[in-house]
Design a protein around this ligand. Sequence first.
Ligand SMILES: *[C@@H]1O[C@H](CO)[C@@H](O)[C@H](O)[C@H]1NC(C)=O
Ligand SMILES: *[C@@H]1O[C@H](CO)[C@@H](O)[C@H](O)[C@H]1NC(C)=O
Ligand SMILES: *[C@@H]1O[C@H](CO)[C@@H](O)[C@H](O)[C@H]1NC(C)=O
Ligand SMILES: *[C@@H]1O[C@H](CO)[C@@H](O)[C@H](O)[C@H]1NC(C)=O
Ligand SMILES: *[C@@H]1O[C@H](CO)[C@@H](O)[C@H](O)[C@H]1NC(C)=O
Ligand SMILES: *[C@@H]1O[C@H](CO)[C@@H](O)[C@H](O)[C@H]1NC(C)=O
Length: 320
Amino acid sequence: MPNEPPRLLERFRPMFSLLALTTIASLVSLSSQRPGVLDEITMLETSNSTLLRYPTDFTQNIVPKSIHSHNDYWRDVPLLTALSLGVASVEADVWLVNQTLFIGHEMAALTPARTFNSLYVEPLVSIIEGQNPKSQFTVNQTSVNGVFDTASSIPLQLLVDMKTDGPSTLPFVVSALQPLRERGFLTTCESNGTCTLGAVTVVGTGNTPLAGIQALSPRDVFFDAPLTALNATFDNTISPLASTDYEVAVGWSGIGSINQTQLSAIQQFVADAHGLGIKARFWDTPGWPIHARNNVWQTLIDEGADWLNADDLDAAATMF
Ligand SMILES: *[C@@H]1O[C@H](CO)[C@@H](O)[C@H](O)[C@H]1NC(C)=O
Ligand SMILES: *[C@@H]1O[C@H](CO)[C@@H](O)[C@H](O)[C@H]1NC(C)=O
Ligand SMILES: *[C@@H]1O[C@H](CO)[C@@H](O)[C@H](O)[C@H]1NC(C)=O
Ligand SMILES: *[C@@H]1O[C@H](CO)[C@@H](O)[C@H](O)[C@H]1NC(C)=O
Ligand SMILES: *[C@@H]1O[C@H](CO)[C@@H](O)[C@H](O)[C@H]1NC(C)=O
Ligand SMILES: *[C@@H]1O[C@H](CO)[C@@H](O)[C@H](O)[C@H]1NC(C)=O
């Protein structure tokens, strides 16, 4: 993992004012020879002092990036690997079997333990509760902190790719999100169009039925719109995100120069989405060779695409 564990000095720099140092020093028993600052740090690190426990440090020093973790559930540790790299969008493929939502790329890959609940909903409840401690200092806070300490107002985008029949699966997804909903953690749009950003923005894709999403009121599951076929049906209260297959919509391999037709296609689709307040994502971008993959990613970033779709998160993180 490229992120070093946060260094104590960096984490607690604001505390090292003269006053704080004096307070801290009084906590450790001083030997006859007055210790230097490094000695004090060593002593403090072993003291387990409550002063050294920053309450919301789950993702300390991790800067969120506009990267979408394609097939996130394939990673060693779903969700957390992406968060550790600052990846602000993850994808879960869900299958409705026996009234339970299982996670996997295909039916053969499902196991009883790997459910939408166990891999995504429960961990998110626990992470976001940790980021929102209740105390006398937060009683008046109306907004919810997101998963990223460095940018607490940036929601995590959770793309739910419905693999089974859309109209049957959607109600189970809506219901599975209740632990996040009842804590006020979900981005929500009221029927009058007023939207509140939450810690998690859920967007349905795959077989997600547009009519089912349109019927939700208030709405806290949104619809991944077709980027190449946007029309007045879509706005950001229905679709904060629009996506398309890059191979079909653009097609440039990343080797040699992009031609004018291909460049115009990217520009047109990005402009269509942005005109409706919707963010643009191109999936199925080339993965190989590496320089071609990076050329395509860089061109998409330069032309205003909002999300880099990535299998290799470490590599995508280096683009920012
Ligand atoms: C440090 O303190 C916490 C909270 O009081 C406690 O749970 C933990 O076991 C302590 N760790 C050590 C190494 O003493
Ligand atoms: C679904 O439920 C039936 C009846 O309880 C059971 O026989 C079957 O193994 C279950 N299937 C899965 C995938 O859990
Ligand atoms: C919260 O609001 C109340 C009422 O306005 C005020 O008295 C109190 O000081 C506030 N608390 C904090 C931590 O800002
Ligand atoms: C929209 O509806 C919500 C919830 O009923 C309400 O709090 C808000 O004031 C309304 N906004 C407008 C602009 O009517
Ligand atoms: C807009 O696109 C949606 C989804 O493809 C389609 O259902 C709808 O009929 C279209 N509306 C218009 C006015 O073309
Ligand atoms: C750009 O490349 C595509 C795919 O090779 C081709 O179909 C198109 O005609 C080219 N456009 C221009 C302007 O060269």
